[in-house]
Ligand binder design. Structure first.
Ligand SMILES: [Zn+2]
Ligand SMILES: [Zn+2]
Length: 293
């Protein structure tokens, strides 16, 4: 497993690598532009080159680009839809220029029109965006907490989208522990997590899983409310070890998106590693208990 965090790209996108190196991470997530503004950032070509060089030096093995929060490919408003598409295209372009591995985004919300109609709306732009993927760069749908008609609140919804895209080979999935919990999957329970991942494997294929967002939650299981909490400080608490330790996540990057007020530090990466180890121990004991039974 790789461990990392979402870090700021302030002062130039290559600074993100400096920041993740400083805290001892080997995976990183960045915004390629301000997440609250439609206007794309013009990156200096030297910055893009420095990013790639620094990434090699710092041995960062996964780079994820998170798209704007404003993106809603399913909006009823045509202007929002076309702005969303343009923003995602720009993110894909910068992602290619910095040699990123994934672009992750929230599909949007189908408020007022229903999921089935929304799927019809998002398929065309997604098909086009998928033409911008490469062997190295995947486009990943993030699972949603499920508030206000957000799309991707279940494996089923993600699978319907993947099916509508004929199971494109570079369409990936990013699982956020907080969103999964809020959407009703108890990721702290080995039985529930195993079942959900079994379902994901059947409906989407585990090979689509490219990235994990590791966030704790302030809101209860199944609340559909997306309120991140610092890892181990929320309702998931130590139970995040079960999530992080799952054998199916072995080769995935696990990225923190919520950090303590004091700011990210090496302790946060150590905490992720410790949770992973503890969780692995639990899964191993469970497997051997099953073998004995
Ligand atoms: Zn997330
Ligand atoms: Zn969230």
């Amino acid at each position: 497993m790789l461990f990392g965090a979402h870090v700021s790209a302030a002062g130039g996108i290559s600074k993100a690598i400096d920041r993740i190196e400083e805290i001892g991470g080997n995976a990183v997530q960045v915004f390629t532009q301000s997440p609250q503004m439609w206007k794309p950032t013009k990156h200096d070509p030297e910055e893009l080159a420095r990013f790639r060089k620094r990434r090699r030096q710092a041995r960062v093995r996964h780079v994820a680009c998170h798209a704007l929060y404003l993106v809603n490919l399913a909006s009823r408003d045509r202007t929002i839809r076309s702005k969303s598409f343009a923003a995602l295209s720009a993110t894909m372009e910068t992602a290619r220029e910095i040699g990123a591995d994934t672009v992750v985004f929230h599909v949007g919300s189908h408020v007022g029109r229903g999921f089935a109609a929304a799927v019809k709306t998002v398929v065309r732009p997604l098909r086009e965006l998928l033409t911008l993927t490469t062997e190295d760069l995947w486009l990943c749908l993030e699972n949603a907490a499920g508030a206000g008609g957000t799309i991707g609140r279940s494996i089923d919804e993600l699978a319907v989208i993947a099916d509508a895209l004929d199971g494109h080979e570079r369409l990936g999935v990013c699982l956020d522990s907080c969103h999964w919990w809020a959407s009703g999957v108890d990721v702290t329970s080995p039985t529930a997590l195993d079942e959900a991942l079994g379902d994901l494997d059947v409906r989407l294929g585990l090979d689509r899983l490219r990235l994990l967002h590791v966030n704790d939650a302030q809101t209860p299981l199944g609340s559909n409310r997306d309120r991140h909490e610092v890892v181990a400080d929320g309702l998931l608490g130590d139970g995040l070890a079960v999530f992080l330790g799952h054998p199916a996540f072995r080769n995935l990057p696990a990225v923190l998106e919520t950090w303590p007020d004091a700011g990210l530090g090496t302790a946060d990466m150590d905490l992720l590693r410790a949770l992973r180890r503890r969780g692995q121990g639990r899964w191993k004991r469970q497997a051997s208990a099953r073998a004995r039974a």
